[in-house]
Ligand binder design. Structure first.
Ligand code: THU
Length: 153
């Protein structure tokens, strides 16, 4: 993956401040929240478990997992589950999002639809894409993932 920087999970806790401006401990907690949410994935069709956790600028965390449907189309990704949970609780300002899933040789990044929904509430969102074993984290941001984005008009 060309965009972003790969770091170790433990190094997230060694720097004073994370990309999002929040304490690095919060980033580790966010990744752990995404990992825990992944365990609740309902994915009998793809068997591809994804967990996400969204941090508000107030420091609240909303997690989410993917939820699939037998008719496939209603399937919702972990990231959008988290966004919908947050927004329906009245939160619209986000500083970062963590995503955890297992791919052997890469990191799972939000799909295009999820990038667009995240962008609805602002592009200044740090993105942490973590391995399930927490061996490494790809750190990037929504602007890099959604260049020339279409926004409010
Ligand atoms: N999925 C997510 O939850 N997030 C992503 O970033 C990529 C894909 C889900 C949707 C579906 O349940 C499964 O992974 C396979 O595509």
């Amino acid at each position: 993956m060309s965009t972003g920087k790969v770091v170790t999970f433990s190094s997230l806790g060694m720097r004073a401040r994370g990309t999002c401006g929040c304490a690095d401990e919060d980033v580790q907690a966010l990744v752990r929240a995404a990992l825990a949410a992944r365990q609740r994935a309902y994915c009998p069709y793809s068997r591809f478990q994804v967990g996400a956790a969204l941090l508000t600028t107030d420091g609240e965390t909303f997690d989410g997992c993917n939820v699939e449907s037998a008719s496939y189309t209603p399937t919702i990704c972990a990231e959008r589950t988290a966004v919908v949970k947050a927004v329906s609780c009245g939160r619209r300002q986000f500083s970062s999002v963590a995503v955890v899933a297992h791919l052997e040789d890469s990191y799972v990044a939000p799909c295009g639809v999820c990038r667009q929904l995240l962008a609805e509430f602002g592009l200044d969102v740090a993105v942490y894409l973590a391995k399930v074993d927490l061996s490494s984290v790809l750190v990037t941001d929504l602007r890099a993932l959604l260049p020339l984005s279409f926004g409010k008009y």
